[in-house]
Design a protein around this ligand. Structure first.
Ligand SMILES: [Zn+2]
Length: 82
């Protein structure tokens, strides 16, 4: 059995505040651009929202866990969550 790798705390200052580093900082602070939801299996972009484990409260369905399923895969009998 091999030993797990160890990480050492190093002495030193953070990266120097060069123009390049300033750009990196700015980019890190930016909100992520929205990514289009796409099926990782077939590449389809059509989804169905489903809910798992809903409760019936006062005659109305409530709660549950939202799930996104790929329509393309579902039509082929496969359940692919996104
Ligand atoms: Zn799919």
């Amino acid at each position: 059995m091999t030993k797990p790798p160890r990480f050492h705390v190093i002495q030193g200052a953070p990266a120097p505040d060069t123009p390049v580093e300033q750009v990196r900082k700015r980019v890190r602070a930016m909100p992520k651009p929205p990514a289009m939801i796409q099926c990782h299996r077939c590449g389809g972009r059509e989804v169905i929202e489903t809910k798992i484990g809903m409760l019936l409260k006062d005659g109305k369905p409530t709660g549950g866990t939202k799930t996104l399923l790929c329509v393309g895969c579902l039509l082929r009998g496969e359940r692919v969550t996104l």
